[in-house]
Every structure is written in structure tokens, then in C-alpha cells.
Design a protein around this ligand. Sequence first.
Ligand code: GDP
Length: 365
Amino acid sequence: MKLGIVGLPNVGKSTLFNSLTKAGAESANYPFCTIDPNVGVVTVPDDRLKALGEMYHSKKVTPAVIEFVDIAGLVKGASKGEGLGNQFLSNIREVDAIVHVVRCFEDTNVIHVDGSVNPLRDIETINLELIFADLEVLERRLSKVVKAARMDKTYAKELALLERIKEHLESGKMAKSLEVTDEDELALIKEYNLLTYKPVIYAANVSEDDLADDGASNEMVAKVREFAASENSEVFVICAQIEEEISELDDDEKAMFLDDLGLTESGLEKLIKASYHILGLMSFLTAGEDETRAWTIKIGTKAPQAAGKIHSDFERGFIKAEVVNYKDLLEQGSLAAAREKGLVGMEGKDYVVQDGDVILFRFNV
Ligand code: GDP
């Protein structure tokens, strides 16, 4: 899973990205390493894993990970090829969701590209570029479908949809706020892979002083919240500068530092959890002496496909899944004890995996 960080220049994207990757590097043990300097692998905080790892005396505890991509360079005119515009826009096509960093802090030392701090104007600037880029995609598809529809009536429906999306975008709205009427339309709109159809999390970058009350006394944040609500997006209040400082601390220092700020969780942790959630993802766990590990799946995934995340052989040869909720397992202290109490289920291929399931797969090779 991949999230792209976008925003105007000088709003704090790199600062946020650096703190994310540093925090990720600290917790090590993730199965991939960073190849591209603009891509960072971040672990998903998960208290369950630690407890399970201790119970099993696991040699290795491997959390789930998310990739963040720093997509710098999205500026006014990007869709017209300004700067390296189009290249950045194509980077955004590859991500599952967008983290849109918006500057909500005043600092005369940090220049704003448009001369003043105004988060709503900034959001509009970026969103318009995304809309323009999508309009191009739509125009290309439209010209094909118009021709096809002359020969083949089945294209009429797609034609109508394309025209509706176009009108929607031209009125300045994002594709994700368009109401689709049925499954066919939904499938089509997904297929276009529009930038403005991707889920967005707005990260309101505030000054340190605004952190304690989660930006409640910052009028700019209030405006961002109001706007985000209108398109069903979430807002996260962060202070990128503080996150960067926090990312350099060890766990104990971090807890103290957060406590001083009146917080229980860093902004990054909140952001990572939220991204997981917004993408409809969850984790199931595998536990053992060698490794205790969290695996990312989409909510609603069935047991064989979940097994396939571990190895394709597990999916192909799937027989059944031995499933126990991690809480029950921890309370009982061992799988054997949980089995004795009847807390371990033998599930077949139609079982829908639940968040926090600890699973032992049985399969043929
Ligand atoms: P980018 O162009 O969006 O990647 O922005 P940067 O992360 O490079 O930040 C631009 C400038 O703003 C840098 O000098 C940062 O130190 C500063 N900056 C970033 N976040 C904050 C913040 O939360 N508060 C303040 N006062 N400055 C910040």
C-alpha cells in the first residue's frame, strides 16, 4: 500500500516525510528497504504484536508497513506541464491514497509561494491541478467512447457517465464526490484511476502551540475541517517540525516528550493508523517462535486469500484456518489452552478474516 504526500512548496511535506522515514527506520525489522529516496517504508503501530511476540518469545516481530512517497513539485500549472508537472501527476496515479499537507502555521521566516498563508486557497490550487489532469484523461476516453457508441449501443451508458464526471469536475468538484448509480458505473470510475477519485487525508500543519488542543483554536484549521467535511475527507492536525524532533527520540523519551505536550500519541502514529483505516485495510496476525507478524489485508478478505498474502502456495493448497482472537489467546497464555477452552475455531474457505485474528493455516503442498 502506497500513500503520496502532496502539497504546495514550503508547506512542510519534506519535514513530514523525513520524520516518517526516520521513525520507520528506527523500528527497523520491516521486510523491505528504501530504494528510492522519495519512498519511505513506515511500520503500522500495533500494540498487539508486541504482546504476542513476548508470549511466544519470538525471535522476530514484524509489523505491517505502509509506503509513503514524497511527491514534491506539484505547483500551479503542473497539469499544463509547468515545472516537471506531468511527471509528478503520474506519480500520484500510482498511489492508493493522498496525504495533502496544508500549511496552517504562521512563520515569517518561511516564505509562502503565494505570498500569504491561506489553506483553503492552497487546497484549491492543488485540487485544480488534479482536476485538470483528470479532465485530460476523461477527454481521451470520451473521444474513444463517442466513436464506439455510434457502432455499439452498449457504450451509451459509459458515455453518459463520462459526461457526468466531466461536468462535475468542470464545476470544480472532485470525482469522489460524484454519486454513482450502480455497480457498472462504480467499476468504470475505478478503472479510469482518476486522481480526484483517490481518498484524501488533509494534514493540517500547525505550530507547536496549536497541538495541545488539536488545532481547535486555529481558525485556519477550522476552515480546513469544514472543507474536508464537505467532501467526506479526514483532517489530521500535525506539527511537522515537532514530528521530526520526535522521530529522533527513543521510546521512553518520546513518551515523556508527548506527555509534556499533553498528547498520548504522535501525529504520525495517528496519521498512519488513519491511512490504514481510510483504505479499508486491517491486519491479521501469525505468531510463533521464529516470527510474530502482522499482515495487511482488505476488510472482507476470506481465509484462503489471506493465506495467499503469506505465500501463494498457502492459498492454492488451503485446507482450513485455525483461528483465535488475539485477546483470547493472550488471556489463555497459549494456543493449547485456548483450544481446550474451545476458543479456537476451525474455519473453511468462506471464513471472512477479522481484525486481530491470530491464524494458523493448514494447507497441502
Ligand atoms: P516542502 O517544500 O513542502 O517540502 O516544505 P519543507 O518541509 O521543506 O518545509 C519548508 C520550511 O518550513 C522549512 O524551513 C521547514 O523547517 C519549515 N516548516 C515545516 N514544518 C513547519 C512547522 O510545523 N512549523 C514551522 N514554523 N515551520 C515549519
